[in-house]
Design a protein around this ligand. Structure first.
Ligand code: AHR
Length: 731
């Protein structure tokens, strides 16, 4: 394959990134030599391709794309495109996870809903902290003249595992027709939709003579309109669980609603594990929000990397992702602090992740806690214990009912084992250690590797570092790249010359690009990011002999005030609406048109690159975690492309990114194809560079489909700033 300007000098090595890295403008004139030398390279490559380009203005001849249809290359892994996820930006709580009640077991610290920060995460500058409520997200509701109060009660646990603190409502007086109750404001409101059935449940016990009834409502925030209501007729003085169904009628969809449990008689009532679910995706109990799930399903991802990211590590030992505390009944899940500054309900626990995989036909890629937390603590002397914990977790995922943890999974409601092929040991273990502590991955990784392989020899083990894993080479290395515009373009050639073998001539570990993004806009990427994302992805596809998996990060952001901890996230939502960013649509286009086999492609763009200003350095700089990336200097190319064959349909898939404003004419040659149908299916994504999608304009930037005339050799103009996918039939 010949790709012009395939200068792959590596300008940064193992760049552990700090998310609040000071921003600086990386002006292309800071790199004049690189720019000049690349222009020379460009000219040479163009000459050798039989074309002469002197400058953009005189580029009269079309460029060239040659696809060698009769010389198929590497198989593209069926796992090539997937999702990466963790609890960040209210991804699950207040996001995918369907629960509508915030602070349902009353463990949230009394500091409101303000988003926090993870390891070096940016402060949530947009949102001033709300007034500090006494019991976050809960408030007293009383009708005129009625008197009552609410407090936290630690003397009446439902159990000692998780439900140790309850909400006590004391009702001192209430006039006939009045009420005293508690309201929950949900995650930025309770989404109220017409003709919809909600399932509410809670533990309750009466005291001080209170025996009920309780009224359960979804109502407008001012209490003036009851949207749905149900009654629990009688309580006892012992904890019991109550379930009620709430059904709305005709109404305007709105998030200006709250959930209220109220009473009209004196006495006291304690409440715990107060829950409200709307209809969920595929009607799962404890399931997922439908609109976000549908956006994911439309991508057709092959895998889910979970549970992080920083989230698997935790800020400290007590708040690591401790998987046994995330399984079983919600009553037994104690919850923990996510490293991103808020408490996770762990309603999205290990089994829920796996069922999410099942619903979307994804294979889990399981990251296990590797005895190392974000504060740099490494549990020396206990590596074997944690490695065994990882083996137990794997058994929970894939063990049959005769194994201890497989039996536990069956008891939890899922007798069938899940398919699992890849296990990642930790996350982003820095070569230099953290918090002033020495790096220990080289000691920990071999223990995890050997313990897991001894029990599951066929599992593929993923390392989070490129070099520091000790004596047992991983099967796969997870590399992370958070990039600015230019580094994303330049990184499209990052893997072209990466050695495929080690020094002994054996196959080098395969690559999992387990987190990547062009980072610019906030909270979701602009079209400019999507454009350079697409260019970057062509580089992964062309190198599919080495790169076997990839996933963008972060996946989700709740765009409501205070919902975001990380800038530039793939899918945004508020309480009522979810939308895909332009980068989401690029990925949907690529995921749905992956193909099975790489087709060799050579590309000679019509025009040469000219100096352009880049955006600020991304958090983490130009490099990648665990890998090596090119810098943010001026881009070396104006057009990017990849090609593959869909073995099922026989179609040739061509992806072309015109990264510059000027339209480019290109002669496309599909060499060696038996026949090329005279009509090809095309999808194009374009927009203004600063265009974004949002809850008010969810489809401002979205792909458009058409049919174009095609043949084995034809000239086509690719308009400026376009991502194009064409499928040519060969039958
Ligand atoms: O994607 C956000 C964070 O970036 C992840 O938690 C971490 O792995 C990386 O540093």
């Amino acid at each position: 394959m010949k790709v012009i300007n395939s200068d792959i000098r590596q300008v940064s090595t193992c760049f552990p990134h700090s998310h609040n890295h000071p921003r600086h403008i990386d002006h292309p004139m800071n790199a004049p030599f690189r720019l000049v030398s690349r222009r020379v390279l460009f000219g040479l490559a163009a000459l050798s391709a039989g074309l002469v380009f002197t400058s953009e203005a005189s580029a009269a001849d079309p460029g060239k794309i040659v696809v060698q249809v009769d010389k198929p290359g590497a198989k593209i892994s069926p796992m090539f495109y997937g999702l990466m996820t963790e609890e960040i930006n209210y991804s699950y709580d207040g996001g995918l996870y369907g629960e509508l009640i915030q602070n349902r077991i009353f463990k949230n610290a009394p500091r409101g809903a303000r988003g926090g920060r993870g390891r070096g995460g940016p402060p949530d500058a947009n949102t001033p902290p709300p007034a500090v409520p006494a019991i976050p997200h809960w408030s007293l509701v009383n009708s005129e003249g009625a008197q009552g109060e609410i407090s936290l009660d630690t003397n009446n646990p439902v159990n000692t595992v998780a439900l140790t603190t309850s909400l006590k409502l004391d009702i001192a007086s209430v006039a006939p027709g009045g009420r005293v109750g508690v309201a929950n404001d949900g995650y930025w409101g309770i989404p109220t939709r017409p003709d919809t059935t909600y399932q509410a449940s809670f533990y309750a016990k009466g005291s001080g003579g209170f025996t009920g009834p309780l009224t359960v409502d979804i109502e407008s925030n001012d209490g003036a309109t009851i949207h749905a209501s149900a009654t629990v007729p009688r309580l006892t003085d012992a904890w019991e669980k109550y379930n009620v169904t709430l059904r709305t009628g005709q109404l305007e969809p709105s998030a200006s609603s709250r959930f209220v449990i109220s009473a009209a008689a004196k006495g006291a009532v304690n409440l715990n594990l107060v829950s409200l679910f709307p209809p969920t995706y595929q009607n799962r109990l404890n399931g997922d929000r439908m609109d976000i799930s549908q956006l994911l399903a439309d991508m057709k991802p092959a895998f889910l990397r979970f549970p992080g990211g920083n989230y698997v590590e935790g800020n400290d030992y007590a708040n690591r992702w401790d998987w046994p505390r995330t399984i079983g009944p919600l009553e037994e899940r104690p919850t923990h602090m996510s490293p991103w500054g808020y408490r996770s309900t762990d309603g999205m626990g290990l089994l829920e992740y796996l069922e999410w995989c099942e619903d979307l036909n994804m294979e889990p890629v399981l990251a296990v806690f590797a005895a190392y937390t974000l504060n740099g603590q490494s549990y020396t002397g206990e590596y074997a214990r944690f490695a065994q914990e990882a083996v137990d977790e794997i058994e929970y995922v894939m063990g049959d009912g005769n194994t201890q943890w497989g039996a536990r999974r069956a008891k939890d409601g899922h007798p069938a084992p899940f398919k699992l092929s890849y296990v990642e040991i930790g996350n982003e273990d820095p070569a230099g250690g953290r918090g002033g502590q020495p790096a220990t991955y080289a000691q920990r990784f071999p223990i995890f590797y050997l313990t897991i392989k001894a029990r599951y020899p066929n599992l593929q083990i993923i390392s989070t570092t490129r070099n520091n894993f000790g004596n047992y080479p991983p099967d796969v290395i997870d590399e992370h790249y958070y990039m600015n515009f230019n580094s994303a373009l330049n990184n499209a050639h990052m893997y072209d010359n990466r050695p495929r073998t080690n020094q002994a001539g054996q196959p080098a570990p395969r690559i999992f690009v387990g987190e990547w993004a062009t980072r610019d806009n906030n909270p979701t990427p602009s079209f400019h990011c999507a454009l350079t994302d697409a260019a970057f992805l062509t580089g992964l596809e062309r190198n599919a002999d080495l790169v076997i998996m990839s996933c963008y990060a972060p996946l989700f952001v709740n765009v409501s005030p205070g919902g975001q901890q990380w800038a530039t996230d793939l899918i945004g939502y508020n309480t009522m609406t979810a939308f895909g960013s332009p980068s989401y649509y690029v990925q949907k286009m690529f995921y749905n048109n992956k193909g099975d086999v790489v087709l060799p492609i050579s590309l000679t763009p019509q025009i040469a690159p000219t100096p352009v200003a880049t955006n600020a350095a991304p958090a983490g700089g130009p490099g990648g975690f665990g890998g090596r990336a090119r810098g943010p200097g001026a881009p070396t190319q104006t057009m990017f492309a990849s090609s593959s064959l869909d073995e099922t349909t026989g179609e040739v898939i061509l992806k072309v990114i015109n990264a510059v404003e000027t339209p480019q004419q290109v002669e496309i040659s599909l060499e060696g194809a038996p026949t090329i149908g005279n009509a090809a299916r095309m999808e194009v994504l374009t927009g203004g560079l600063t265009d974004v999608n949002s809850v008010s304009e969810p489809m401002k930037v979205a792909p458009k489909s058409s049919t174009i005339a095609a043949s084995a050799r034809f000239v086509r103009e690719f308009p400026g700033h376009t991502v194009t996918v064409v499928r040519f039939s060969t039958k």
